[in-house]
Design a protein. Structure first.
Length: 179
């Protein structure tokens, strides 16, 4: 059985930073494919595989992806071949639900719960445009409704009282427990 960690959380909850911290425990990131343009400082093949919509559709038709999603008109997907042991992915609830249906995958899912106010402040502190921070926060509304009933673990991080490395350690320990 292949074991994969899935991290979920609303914008600004620290998902990607925790994902990077899990490298300390020998986990590797599943690098998703996307049709959106790279943001500043994003590297093709490291942050995402940036491809055209046409390429994405061709791969999708060939059942290349284990999960796919659409967000703001851009497509995202995780390659089936990348879903191997000791991998971690940051996904939406929709993506997690799809991976849970894949045979021979054992999913350990973690919802990083941070109050909206804390997340908005964090987005602004890291330099996000105020309108973009607000838009991202609003776009999360509804997407995570009921997620606490679907994940294996909920990790509260009010006020970001736990560091990304502490959260990665918690995730590592909990994912070692047999479900």
């Amino acid at each position: 059985m292949i074991k994969i960690i899935i991290i979920l959380g609303e914008s600004g909850s620290g998902k990607s930073t925790i994902e990077k911290a899990l490298k300390s425990f020998s986990y590797e990131k599943i690098i998703s494919y996307t049709t959106r343009e790279p943001r500043n400082n994003e590297i093709d093949g490291a942050d995402y595989h940036f491809i055209s919509k046409k390429e994405f559709n061709k791969l999708s038709e060939k059942n290349f992806f284990a999960e796919v999603g659409c967000y703001r008109g851009w497509y995202y997907g995780s390659a089936s071949e990348d879903c191997t042991d000791k991998k971690v992915a940051v996904l939406t609830p929709h993506g997690m639900r799809q991976l849970k249906k894949v045979d021979n995958l054992k999913i350990y899912s973690f919802y990083i719960k941070v109050p909206r106010r804390d997340r908005l402040i964090k987005l602004l502190q890291r330099g996000d445009d105020i309108e973009e921070a607000y838009r991202r926060s609003v776009s999360d509304i509804g997407m995570f409704d009921g997620i606490e009933d679907e994940v294996d673990h909920i990790i509260d991080n009010n006020g970001y009282d736990k560091t990304p490395l502490e959260l990665a350690s918690i995730i590592h320990i909990l994912s070692q427990e047999e479900k």
